[in-house]
Design a protein around this ligand. Structure first.
Ligand code: SF4
Length: 324
């Protein structure tokens, strides 16, 4: 079966944050693809580069704070690294929408939800106020919000965290963007609300064939909601593949560590596994495999940097051989 063209293509992308004394190498040859209708997880500890990848896809990193040293990043074929500010303004919201961890950072606390929704909807679509209001009500209803009019009349602080995140998802879908990036969208919510919000996000994405990039540190969420996953470590992809394959047979010791740390994996009464050691300083990355200091399976060959390899669409950057 032929895959439709990718919505997001990242090829061999390297990026650094220059500073006075040292330069942090934040992305080191990241390649990633996202096709229409796919929900793809990007997982890793802080410092893995997952959020920088998300923010760069929308060019939301502060200009002049970073330097792209190699590679490309395309959304719907457009070179995002070369796009002008005017082009970016059109692309954001219409072609790519983003959902952040804390909706209060994206919602204006001094304006009612309805006003904010109408602003976003009318910015990208030539609708009258009445038509935009109708669209906003229908978007909120789609998010299973029973009384959309009451929510539209509310200020953000009058809503619960879960309700605010539903509003954000409704806003994100308001222009039917082909690509949605969700950066830790439910981390601030309790587990039950988290699940409800992600189920809604997936339902909407499936219905509209929207590609979703879900940035998270939570392997359990990836296993429940994603089709494919990219595991990142020190600014590089160390494993990627279909979620069922990565969950059933994780090939990189870092992925194995993340999975072993899932709550369900510990024996009753036993302590949860955690990966020993720390993520290395990105300004002083060791040569060879950057996971070496934390890896129980390290061997002499690991002094050389391993490149991604594997069979088909399940790949890992590790020198260990994997059984059939
Ligand atoms: Fe461990 Fe070596 Fe594989 Fe790196 S390449 S994860 S150090 S076995």
């Amino acid at each position: 079966m032929n895959m439709p063209p990718a919505v997001l293509v990242i090829d061999n992308l390297s990026l650094e944050f220059p500073a006075w004394r040292s330069t942090a190498k934040v992305l080191n040859g990241v390649s990633l693809r996202l096709h229409p209708g796919e929900i793809v997880g990007v997982i890793g500890e802080s410092g893995s580069g997952k959020s920088v990848t998300a923010l760069l896809s929308l060019r939301l990193l502060a200009e002049h704070s970073y330097r792209v040293t190699a590679g490309q990043l395309r959304v719907l074929g457009r070179d995002m690294l070369a796009a002008s500010e005017a082009q970016l303004l059109k692309v954001r919201g219409r072609d790519i929408a983003m959902i952040f961890q804390e909706p209060m950072t994206a919602l204006n606390p001094t304006r009612r939800i309805g006003r904010q929704m109408l602003d976003v909807i009318r910015h990208h679509q030539p609708l009258s106020k009445a038509q935009a209001t109708e669209r906003a009500v229908s978007l909120l209803r789609d998010m299973h919000i029973a009384d959309p009019e009451a929510v539209m009349a509310s200020y953000p602080f009058e809503l619960s965290g879960g309700m605010r995140q539903r509003v954000m998802i409704a806003l994100a879908f308001s222009c039917d963007p082909p690509l949605l990036i969700a950066d830790e969208p439910t981390t601030a919510l309790d587990v039950t609300v988290q699940r409800q919000v992600l189920l809604l996000l997936r339902e909407k994405a499936r219905a509209r064939n929207t590609a979703v990039l879900l940035i998270t540190h939570d392997m359990a969420l990836v296993s429940q909601f994603c089709d494919r996953v990219y595991v990142m470590y020190t600014g590089a992809v160390v494993e990627h593949g279909p979620v069922h394959a990565v969950m059933a047979q994780p090939q990189h010791p870092y992925t194995q560590g993340l999975l072993a740390a899932l709550p369900g994996q510990a024996r009753p009464g036993a302590e949860l596994h955690s990966i020993r050691g720390q993520v290395p300083d990105l300004a002083e990355l060791p040569s060879g495999c950057t996971f070496r200091e934390r890896c129980d399976k390290a061997m002499p060959a690991c002094a050389q940097r391993p490149l991604l390899r594997g069979h088909g669409d399940h790949q890992r950057a590790c020198w260990l051989e994997v059984g059939p």
